[in-house]
Design a protein around this ligand. Structure first.
Ligand code: SF4
Length: 330
């Protein structure tokens, strides 16, 4: 693999939010360690699935990559036509120009579209912000985008409440596509939708990926959703990536006890296999990211915990065959 195959590289990324006390003189008394030192890369044209329970830091990771939050530490390198740019060090006009290449599709199509704006203005706004086009040209581009996402171009003057959930998410996709990005963070784009229309949005995202050569970071809270769309999958727990490998390897040979527990909850469509399968129920709650356990983050819930796990944090190791895992068992 050459460096030019890699579109995005994340190194030692940390995103801490301060906990303060006091009304007038605020003192910092600790940190919520939402993302705590993660490393991964995404190849051009691929989809990396990022999975974990709610509150594990996956959405914060997406926002910190796009610099919607400025990371506490670490680097996010983006390959801009052959030049590697560290997004954490740029600001102002340079960052604004880079933002054109990276967009986000949000989880809740009800909350993420301004109810007082027409669809034309919602999709056309980024075209004006980035000085791409105005007036008639903008209108034509918006109509073209509506068509690309499978909506009627004559809906341009309608308001979000006139659309169904699936249609609103298509509007969100069109808005993200407006500026011709190369990278899109899809932040749980189907979890607020009816099961019956989830597959339509997944299929649309796949078609668009092929048509426009897009690269996705696809965030989801359950492994069954990312299975279909991802080339590789990263599993996150309490601010850290615990396992990352190809889709096939993850589903056939999950190594980390947390991945094994998550996978045991994914239904298998074969009743015979399903009947013989053992479900791993994790005991206890996810610890607070303000006070993560010493050693391995997962040691308070791990069915295979050992003494070393309570003292020493396992390294995120490359065990070969594109398989990375952070666990003392390996
Ligand atoms: Fe479990 Fe220990 Fe592995 Fe952590 S390092 S996942 S506690 S076995």
């Amino acid at each position: 693999m050459s460096d030019s195959d890699i579109l995005l590289r994340v190194e030692g990324l940390k995103m801490y939010f301060p906990i303060t006390r006091g009304i007038i003189f605020q003192r910092r008394i600790g940190d919520i360690k939402a993302v705590d030192g993660i490393n991964f890369f995404i190849r051009r044209g691929e989809t990396l699935g990022l999975v974990g329970e709610s509150g594990c830091g996956k959405s914060t990771t997406g926002r910190a990559i796009l610099q919607l939050y400025r990371p506490t530490a670490g680097h996010v390198y983006f390959n801009d036509d052959g030049e590697e740019v560290d997004l954490t060090t740029i600001k102002g006009e340079r960052l604004r120009r880079m933002r054109r290449k990276m967009q986000m599709i949000f989880q809740d199509p009800y909350a993420s579209l301004n109810p007082r704006m027409t669809v034309g203005n919602i999709i056309g706004e980024p075209l004006e912000v980035h000085n791409i086009c105005r007036g008639k040209e903008r209108r034509e581009r918006v109509q073209e985008l509506l068509q690309v996402v499978g909506l009627n171009p004559y809906f341009i003057n309608r308001y979000p409440h006139e659309f169904s959930g699936g249609q609103r998410q298509r509007i969100g996709v069109a808005r993200a596509l407006a500026v011709n990005p190369s990278f899109i963070v899809c932040d749980e784009p189907i979890s607020a939708l009816d099961v019956s229309i989830q597959a339509q949005i997944i299929n649309l995202l796949e078609e668009l990926q092929e048509q426009f050569g897009l690269t996705y970071l696809f965030i989801a809270h359950d492994l069954s959703v990312v299975r279909h769309i991802s080339n590789r999958v990263a599993v996150m727990y309490l601010g850290k990536i615990v396992e990352l490998t190809t889709r096939e390897e993850l589903y056939e040979n999950p190594l980390h006890p947390y991945t094994q527990a998550l996978l045991s909850a994914v239904p298998i469509p074969d009743p015979e296999v399903e009947e013989k399968r053992k479900r791993i129920i994790l005991e206890g709650d996810v610890p607070s990211p303000a006070n993560p356990p010493k050693g391995c983050n997962f040691n308070t819930r791990c069915p295979r915990v050992m003494d070393i796990c309570k003292e020493i944090e396992p390294e995120f190791k490359d065990i070969g065959g594109e398989h990375f895992v952070a666990c003392h068992l390996f």
